[in-house]
Design a protein around this ligand. Sequence first.
Ligand code: R2B
Ligand code: URA
Length: 309
Amino acid sequence: SNKSMTSDRNTYVGKRFVHVKNPYLDSMDEDILYHLDLGTKTHNLPAMFGDVKFVCVGGSPNRMKAFALFMRKELGLEESGEHIKDICAGTDRYCMYKIGPVLSISHGMGIPSISIMLHELIKLLHHAQCCDITIIRIGTSGGIGITPGSVVITDTAVDSFFKPRFEQVILDNIVTRSTELDKELAEELFNCSKGIPNFPTLIGHTMCTYDFYEGQGRLDGALCSFSREKKVDYLKRAYKAGVRNIEMESTVFAAMCRLCGLKAAVVCVTLLDRLECDQINLPHDVLVDYQQRPQLLISNFIKRRLGLH
Ligand code: R2B
Ligand code: URA
């Protein structure tokens, strides 16, 4: 890889390009990123995305639009004619906004949805020849034994058995991939959180499940075949294993970003304490405030990285 001087760290490091690990890609004459409504022949991807350094992903299209508008204000790009339009407007699967070096993209709910988006996003970053990318998932989650509204920065994503792995079914095999995240990045984000008043933040394991109800030990789904005691016992064992929150995308996100050489982090606010309840009954304004917390942390982080702080 290219050798270059990074001004902020004052050390020689190679530029980190995005690795795609697929021998067939190079021989394709055109690559259509179907769910993003973009393609290598229809769009000049290096011109559109070559300067991207920060990629922020989150489940809800509206929240990722709100994040884009917030970043535009925070980066002082409101007056510069930098307007906000959905780059993926030709599809209603995902939305995407670009604000200077920041890309904001929605991924929907659950592992299959984020996985499809990540395949196409990672190829997009590769085709655009992006380098030194930091990618962060900002989301919501259920806390375990912590005050609702707390922000959890994930050190390791674990599965329902509290193991740091993601099992991908490929043909009729199960391929196990590591879900470790970038520890330095997690620390850097944690340090940023200390600069924000009234901002409870911690680093811990995040459990990723395939379902919101039975898969997270809820007693309030359409189906439930276990007792309250079994639920509480499971969540307490999760807590003992280091799990502080539960969501539905972190393992595949960690695994794919790791394999493709992207520095990745997961930052989720907790909406409830699962040891206390299952239903999310926060007043609308409190919910809005909580959902803004990961956005606020990431905007502070990006501004610091860009030297705007
Ligand atoms: C967190 O919130 C969503 C479920 O409500 C899911 O996408 C997740 O990971
Ligand atoms: N998202 C989840 O996946 N679980 C919760 O309990 C809350 C938000």
